[in-house]
Design a protein around this ligand. Structure first.
Ligand code: PMV
Length: 326
């Protein structure tokens, strides 16, 4: 059986999801809206092979350890279920994102894996099937299937059939920049699934966080349609701070920030006060991503690169959806 390869880019949520309505099916409790990036991402090749006794995973050039291999193997079980292919597979995956660091490696990873594995199994799966597979790997992964600005509705169907991403605007709609600011190396302190569940169960602010989501989604869609950076920036920053606030209010607290995170937050605010329009967001890790116009990106990156503890900056723009490679 011939193999198949696919590439997907990471995405960064502008309106965040944090909390699940169904942990087994990995269904989000609220909608989210993201920007697919142009360079950071994952390339994955999958080959089903009758000679293999178990699924093999080579990640960034090295045989992967548990639980990474088992997570991919469970995912491949879903692909075997929908395709009828029984064989085990070899998966070779390369990330241009630090794996497991809160830089969305799981989103691009599972989007690329869903596309490559279904093709390798002989399926031409459409978006709903690819999305439901990708989502089982990682809640944010369905968004990486599409390019540009992408919404993922929470949906209400118990089977998740209405949790399918759609494009709000293509990459060329708005030439924004996202300055990705690296503030640590190594894996994140609390996995996102555990962090979300702890937040849902114990944070007294969880109800308010869920309730506020519909309004944030509407405002973000309007801001993107009218290319209004200030309006978008305000929604984006509020969504990030509220996510971290609801998580920090969990018991025990879920805290992803480090010293450099705080330094970057302060610098973004002072840049804005001095007239440079930029807004920040943060995910389940200590890195910060800063949204600005293309013409301001070099200046923003230079100022933020000087904050103590910042290890590097990567400039991203809106990028394409997942693609099958030759
Ligand atoms: O993809 P997951 O299920 O690991 O969750 C990621 C959640 C955030 O990145 C913090 C927010 C989001 O919507 O991407």
């Amino acid at each position: 059986m011939p193999g198949a390869a696919a590439r997907a880019r990471a995405n960064i949520a502008l309106v965040k999801y944090w909390g699940k309505r169904d942990v087994g099916l990995n269904l989000p409790a609220m909608s989210s809206l993201s920007m697919t990036l142009s360079t950071l991402g994952t390339t994955t090749r999958v080959t089903f092979d009758p000679r293999l006794a178990r699924d093999e995973l080579v990640l960034d050039g090295r045989p992967a350890e548990e639980p990474a291999r088992a997570r991919v193997s469970c995912f491949l079980d879903l692909v075997r279920q929908v395709s009828g292919v029984r064989w085990r597979a070899s998966v070779v995956s390369d990330n241009s994102v630090p794996t497991g660091s809160g830089l969305a490696s799981s989103a691009s990873g599972f989007a690329a894996l869903a596309l490559a594995a279904t093709r390798a199994a002989g399926l031409e799966a459409g978006l709903p099937v690819l999305a439901s597979l990708a989502r089982r790997g990682s809640g944010s992964a369905p968004r990486s299937l599409l390019g540009g600005f992408v919404a993922l509705p929470a949906g209400t169907a118990p089977d998740g059939s209405d949790c399918v991403p759609y494009q709000v605007a293509p990459p060329e709609h708005w030439d924004l920049r996202l300055v990705v600011v690296l503030t640590a190396s190594g894996p994140k302190v609390v996995g996102s699934t555990e962090g979300m569940e702890r937040t849902r169960r114990t944070s007294p602010y969880y109800g308010a966080w869920v309730k506020e989501n519909a309004q944030a989604m509407q405002a973000a869609v309007r801001a993107i349609a009218s290319r209004n950076l200030e309006m978008l920036g305000r929604v984006v920053e509020a969504s990030a701070f509220r996510l971290h606030a609801v998580a920090m209010a969990a018991d025990p607290a879920v805290v992803y920030w480090n010293e450099a995170t705080v330094g970057v937050v302060r610098r973004v605010r002072s840049l804005r006060d001095s007239g440079l329009p930029c807004w920040l967001t943060m995910d389940a890790g200590p890195h910060v991503k800063v949204l600005c116009e293309a013409g301001d990106a070099d200046q923003v990156a230079r100022h933020i690169g000087m904050v103590p503890g910042v290890l590097g900056v990567i400039l991203e723009r809106p990028g394409p959806g997942a693609e099958v490679l030759p």
